[in-house]
Ligand binder design. Structure first.
Ligand code: HEC
Length: 698
């Protein structure tokens, strides 16, 4: 072939590709912007000069206020796809917010689980929307919103496929979209984190038929690689090691990057001595076959719920004079790890550091934990008495409470006495993830919130408590408290007086399906469930039997249970630690040096008293554009903000109708750039919302 012909042929190829693929440069075709999950757009119509003129262009009300919205919308061929709080999927004209279709499976229970986004892919030349609600994975026709009859069972498959028969009665959902590779849809899961957890295996399904293609066992079977990091006898309480926070994919190399969570039960490892591979790992898998290429474990034998909380970010850095395709992983405990994407070699040195041992009977902590030397941690690693919040009105009480707990070390094991967990259960980093630009800079938000945790012996039935209260203590009190009052921050609702706002059927359904952060309990027997509901509705039930185990959880096998997720707050609800409580960070991964860090969010009443902005707890990630603007909602003050990526200077802010606890997206239609964010509120005790708001220049 002549050169001209070659050029023509490749031009033809390009045209063909352009027809096949959504426009990558001007739209937002995948979760977090693309397969790299880099939250980055090359659009620059909105820039540091004009961002102050940004105005709402449209607002779409979902009219569904059942819970939070953490969805990062995708925009393909001028259509925006996203979900409502109870995971109904809808399609909008991306330029006007006008609804095209909306889908809810009328034959299904209403599931209230969180959803962070949907997937667009093409099979047979037709666009499909793949998404999960409850234990199902659906394929819809992108044009009509109707289930694709040829996929699985009339348009859906069970997310329990490939997890073994034990999973059938267990809680399995998927909150975060998986990854597409060629004809495969690769999915993770969200599971219970207690002794009733299913296995967190990663699965690949055929995009067209829904058939299972491969399974990667995140907890290896006996005899397989990694099996020696577990006891020989597998205790039935072992499960988890699931990828709940999303994956990145390098399509050129065919490598999937999947971060995993802890194995179960979360806080007691006495039945799972060993390092527990592949929990708390970044897994690099061959996307075609599911075979392991490399892995790195961030926490050995996790008993702190230090799941990997965020999708990995693929980026390119200059390292020792060479361009290296890398993968970055942020963690709950405040570190950024950076690896060569191909072979898993850390680009900055990591040491194994000696850590404290547990004194809980039966527990065996791992003696060391990995610690990167570069970059230094992005949040405080320890709470000392000097860190008590100086602005609090109850400093003396906070101090007293502080002195009765343990707080020596980041890896101080949870104890009967109470341990301060800092960085806390919601980071450090969280599910919002990190953005990266082509210069190798990573942008992400973080929390600095201390939590107080304690363990106690599992109560054995003593003939005093009713069966309902006994089962409540086993399954519910960790989050809603023994006294049913929930927690001070409002994250875990008060269940006293539930009869005044909900009926029994609703409560029964929530116990089955879960809601938002609450896992469902499909494994509970009808009898236990009815007993719990009766207890919550103030009915006097029969005493629990003294001989039987409680609700299937045998106190003789899992001797310790944990006493609830409690943020360490003062009486007004401010963190017990000194500010900052939330921040936004730019980290140069070419050098490992921070470029800037600024507080994210503000308490008006504290600012009015002359306190410098403290930052607030925050959820949902940033968006970075070639206009040198970073957009983020996330903060408790329900604002949407724009920052200059070079300096961290705030350029613009807008009071949203409700908190934007989701990652925004940006796209262009008919030459106009939009930025859109879900405003579902309902986190950190803030009000609920039901809308998506899109902004554009006038
Ligand atoms: C891991 C923590 C956790 C556990 C365990 C848990 N819950 Fe929840 N629960 C939550 C959270 C968080 C919410 C708020 C969900 C939302 O609206 O986003 C919630 C909401 C609820 C609600 C709805 C309240 C309302 O008015 O909307 C009920 C009822 C409830 N839980 C009952 C239970 C019962 C009964 C159990 C035990 C079988 C239980 N929960 C176990 C965390 C938990």
């Amino acid at each position: 072939m002549t050169k001209a012909l070659l050029a023509l042929a490749s031009l033809g190829g390009l045209l063909f590709l352009a027809l096949q693929l959504p426009n990558l440069n001007t739209e937002w075709p995948e979760y977090l912007g693309g397969p790299e999950r880099n939250h980055y757009s090359t659009l620059n119509q909105i820039n540091t000069q004009n961002v102050t003129q940004l105005k709402p262009a449209w607002e779409y009300h979902t009219k569904d206020t059942t819970g939070q919205m953490q969805c990062n919308p995708i925009i393909v061929n001028g259509v925006l796809y996203a979900t409502t709080a109870s995971v109904q999927v809808f399609a909008l004209e991306a330029s006007t917010g006008k609804e095209i279709w909306r889908f809810k499976d009328a034959s299904e229970a209403t599931w209230f689980n969180t959803n962070r986004g949907v997937i667009y892919a093409e099979t047979d030349g037709a666009g499909r929307i793949y998404f999960s609600v409850g234990p199902w994975l659906y394929a819809l026709d992108a044009k009509t919103g109707k289930p694709v009859a040829s996929f699985g069972d009339k348009g859906k498959i069970s997310l329990k496929t490939g997890l073994g028969p034990e999973a059938e009665k267990k809680f399995v959902v998927a909150t975060t979209p998986g990854a597409v590779f060629e004809n495969l849809l690769i999915v993770g899961s969200r599971l219970s984190e207690g002794a009733d957890a299913a296995m967190g295996y990663i699965r690949a399904f055929d995009l067209q038929t829904g058939a299972l293609v491969w399974v990667f066992k995140t907890i290896p079977d006996p005899g397989e690689y990694g099996a020696d990091t577990w006891p020989n006898e597998r205790h039935p309480s072992i499960g988890g090691a699931n990828c709940w926070t999303g994956m990145a994919i390098d399509r050129k190399r065919g490598i999937l990057y999947a971060p995993t969570g802890s194995s179960t039960p979360d806080f007691y490892g006495g039945k799972r001595h060993g390092q527990n591979l592949f929990s708390n790992c970044l897994l690099a898998l061959d996307a075609k076959t599911g075979k392991r290429i490399w892995h790195y474990q961030f926490i050995h034998h996790d008993i702190w719920d230090r799941d990997l909380p965020s999708p990995p970010t693929l980026l390119t850095v200059n390292h020792e004079g060479k361009k290296v395709d890398a993968v970055a992983q942020t963690t709950k405990h405040g570190y950024v790890f950076l690896f060569d994407r191909e072979n898993g070699k850390p680009l900055f040195p990591i040491e194994e550091e000696k850590v404290p041992e547990s004194d809980l009977p039966g527990e065996k902590t791992w003696p060391t934990q990995p610690k990167p030397k570069i970059p230094v941690p992005f949040v405080r690693q320890r709470f000392t008495v000097d860190d008590i919040n100086p602005h609090s009105e109850d400093k003396a009480e906070l101090r007293t409470r502080f002195l009765t707990t343990r707080s020596q070390h980041l890896f101080t094991p949870i104890s009967e006495q109470g341990t301060i967990v800092l960085p806390g259960f919601d980071g450090g980093a969280e599910w919002g993830g990190a953005a990266a630009d082509p210069q190798g800079i990573l942008y992400f938000n973080a929390n600095e919130m201390p939590w107080i945790m304690s363990m106690s012996e599992v109560a054995k039935p003593d003939g005093q408590l009713s069966a309902g209260e006994q089962a409540y203590r086993t399954y519910c009190s960790a989050c809603h408290g023994k006294d049913r009052k929930g927690d001070a921050s409002g994250a875990f609702p008060n269940l006293l007086g539930i009869e005044n706002r909900r009926n029994k059927e609703f409560v029964s359904n929530v116990i089955y399906t879960g809601k938002g952060m609450m896992p469902g309990f499909p494994n509970l027997s009808k009898k236990d469930k009815a007993a719990i509901v009766a207890f919550l509705f103030g009915e006097k039930g029969k005493a629990a039997k003294t001989k039987k185990s409680v609700g299937g959880q045998d106190p003789n096998t899992i001797p310790y249970t944990f006493n609830g997720y409690n943020r360490f707050l003062d009486k007004k609800g401010y963190p017990a630690i000194s500010p900052p409580w939330g921040k936004l960070i730019a980290l140069d991964l070419n050098t490992g040096e921070y470029r800037w860090q600024v507080p994210l969010g503000e308490f008006k009443e504290l600012s009015a008293k002359g306190v410098a902005p403290t930052g607030t707890e925050n959820y949902g990630g940033p968006l970075v554009t070639a206009g040198n603007v970073l957009f983020i909602g996330a903060s408790k003050d329900e604002k949407f903000r724009a920052f200059n990526v070079n300096s961290g200077k705030e350029l613009w802010q807008y009071q949203l109708p409700a908190g934007g606890y989701a990652t925004p997206s940006t796209y262009e239609v008919n030459g106009k750039q939009y930025v859109v964010i879900a405003c579902g509120g309902a986190k950190m005790g803030t009000k609920k919302g039901d809308s998506y708001v899109a902004f554009a220049l006038p």
